[in-house]
Write a protein that binds this ligand. Structure first.
Ligand code: GCW
Length: 615
């Protein structure tokens, strides 16, 4: 049996409507949505100039959705989703926590998605646009239903021919996508290649060169003539072999402002990623420490960026690892607008094979942030697969991410998971509680069988699935743990690399002291002996063993829980995810055995509980 291609948390609506603008879409979607709800009456009206906000009242027997240009549409989805989830839809005036609520596609025009685990791109194939407009509309609906309002449509690693998306060669195609998504309130962003002027015939891409400035100005004039509401550009510069201003001995404010000035007359934004680090590091050299890189490259530039520049910073200082502290850049650069970047694509969190519900992690990040970045972004987990996300349950991450964008700190990950289950599997799904526990436990389970206590990077190089404790240890990416027979980890205190000192003083103090450093981050900040005593009296080594046995058991439990749900699930969904849970168990066993053996071989110390650790 094939899965329904529209399968998502809006299964009750059928194909998405076509309409000229978000308010017309709100009216059309409301009419369509009401057809699936017997006896419900509702109207939607526009409050001009009120943007993304909305409220929902009830007058006699009729729900009244009132909202701004996009708000009316968000309000309609709020009404429909609430009713389908069995919740009261009434709400007072409601506005999103972040003005820009973005997704980044890492889609290449070949059709391959970098770090994509849900099939090929649904925009491109064979180096050209190739999509089903109905599916793009359905995508627009999914985005609007949770309030996401901007997407970048190509990989930040811009490979030809995607570098031409900003030229007349491909702009007409970009326009078509923009036209489909505009009525859903979704604006496009294009990832640009900093070296484009050179590819197109100039001698240089130096941001201070007048010819380069004129080039981008002309390009922007052309772009905005074609797509007048393009949100702007996204740039990965001087990172992992991408070109950038450093090639011309210019700093990143000079580099970013040049593009920002070309965009400015069109009210375009320049989104500049801060994922800049030395990716050719020698393991013998202890003087550089990769997590320090973003702060070192950017903090000193505070106040120098134009007002239409947004710095996009990954949530942690490394790279979407299972457990990292919040990037210190979020506590610096007060005068600079920032966006926080998460990764829904499960690059380091199980490839959408292993179950990993992210909302609890986002919640921790939000709690640790003192000042909220102004905007929010995430790398998508989407592809051409019929269920959009590879693992059907990974859809919960896209849904919850939208809710995070809307609610910010107020988002309740458990409540959103419950709501997603009700919408996807029905309000009266008898296994809702079991599924909810599976989602809520999934992060801890995964973390336990992965690299211990914030150590990071014990993953198979390149693919990033499965364990390989020394896979990166002598490689050039700057991701070392330096385990030996006595100790493991990098000392990142002031006595070590000094990374911890990039935080505000009180936080630096907390992280530097093993008594106050959160246990889950101990090996991120400290180099510890295996006999280090944890708070509960266990040794570090025993804690590592215990976590790995428990994590693997957790994965087995997820599988058996899923098996118990079989009678209540559509066969195709059951079978599809069953296969993933089986693969997850195998993965968890590999992690458990390889990590435990790795440390056992160094220490020669057996598990206190006598469980099997291989020689
Ligand atoms: O985590 C790394 C990924 C790269 C990615 C890069 C980035 C798009 O392994 O595939 O490139 O991050 O964020 O730019």
């Amino acid at each position: 049996m094939k899965m329904d291609p529209r399968l998502c948390w809006l299964p009750f609506m059928g194909p998405a409507c076509e309409a000229s603008d978000p308010f017309a879409m709100a009216q059309a979607e409301l009419a369509l949505g009401l057809a699936s709800l017997e006896g419900v009456q509702a109207r939607v009206s526009l409050l001009p100039g009120r943007g993304d906000g909305y409220e929902i009242k009830k007058e006699q027997d009729t729900y009244l959705v009132q909202g701004g240009e996009k708000g009316a549409l968000y309000g309609v989805y709020h009404l429909l989703l609430s009713l389908h989830a069995g919740e009261c839809p009434l709400t007072k005036w409601n506005e999103p926590a972040f003005p820009l609520r973005m997704l980044n596609h890492w889609d290449n025009m070949t059709g391959k998605v970098e770090r994509g685990y849900a099939g090929d791109s649904f925009f491109y194939q064979d180096n050209r646009f190739d999509y089903d407009p109905a599916r793009i509309r359905q995508y627009g609906r999914m985005l609007a239903s949770v309030g996401i309002n901007a997407i970048s449509i190509n990989n930040v690693n811009v490979h030809a021919p995607a570098d031409r998306l900003v030229t007349d060669q491909l702009l007409p195609e970009v326009k078509k996508i923009a036209d489909i998504l505009r009525p859903f309130g979704v604006r496009l962003i294009i990832a640009v290649d900093y070296a484009l002027p050179v590819t197109m015939g100039l001698k240089t891409a130096d941001p201070l060169d007048p010819a380069v400035q004129a080039f981008w100005k002309k390009q922007c004039d052309e772009i905005y003539a074609c797509v007048p509401d393009l949100l702007g550009f996204l740039v990965k510069a001087d990172s992992e072999f991408r070109p950038g201003p450093y090639m011309y001995k210019r700093d990143h404010a000079q580099g970013a402002n040049m593009l920002a000035r070309a965009l400015k007359p069109h009210r375009g934004m320049l989104i500049w990623r801060c994922f800049v680090y030395n990716c050719r590091q020698d393991w013998r050299d202890h003087s550089i420490d990769r997590p320090k890189a973003a702060y070192e490259n950017y903090a000193w530039l505070d106040g120098q960026f134009d007002d239409n520049v947004i710095l996009q910073v990954k949530n942690g200082p490394y790279d979407f690892q299972v457990r990292e502290p919040v990037s210190p850049l979020f506590y610096a650069m007060e005068k600079t607008e920032k966006a926080i970047e998460f990764q829904l694509a499960q690059e380091y969190t199980g490839h959408q094979i292993d179950l990993y519900y992210m909302a609890p992690m986002w919640k921790e990040v939000m709690d640790d942030l003192r000042v909220m970045p102004k905007h929010i972004c995430a790398v998508t987990n989407l592809g051409r697969d019929e269920n959009w996300t590879g693992h059907h349950l990974a859809q919960a991450n896209l849904y919850a991410y939208g809710r995070l964008c809307w609610l910010g700190r107020e988002m309740d990950g458990k409540g959103e998971a419950r709501r997603w289950i009700a919408l996807t599997f029905g309000q009266h799904f008898p296994e809702a509680d079991r599924l909810l526990s599976m989602l809520m436990d999934s992060r801890e389970i995964y973390e336990k069988y992965n690299a211990p206590l914030g150590l990071c990077w014990m993953v198979t190089p390149h693919t990033h699935y499965g364990p390989d404790p020394e896979g990166y240890e002598f490689a050039l990416w700057g991701t070392f743990h330096r385990a030996n027979h006595q100790a493991v980890g990098i000392d990142r205190t002031e006595k070590g690399t000094g990374y911890a000192c990039q935080y505000p003083e009180d936080m630096a103090k907390m992280y530097q002291d093993t008594d106050t450093c959160p246990e889950k981050l101990l090996l991120f900040f400290h180099r510890l002996r295996y006999d280090f005593k944890m708070k509960d009296g266990r040794t570090l080594l025993q804690r590592i063993y215990d976590d790995h046995f428990e994590g693997a058991q957790g994965a087995e439990r997820l599988l058996s829980d899923w098996e118990k749900m079989q009678p209540h699930l559509p066969e195709a969904i059951y079978a599809h995810s069953l296969d993933r849970f089986r693969r997850q168990v195998k993965n968890a066993h590999d992690w458990r055995d390889i990590i435990n053996t790795y440390f056992y071989r160094f220490t020669g110390i057996a598990d206190e509980k006598g469980r099997k650790i291989y020689d």
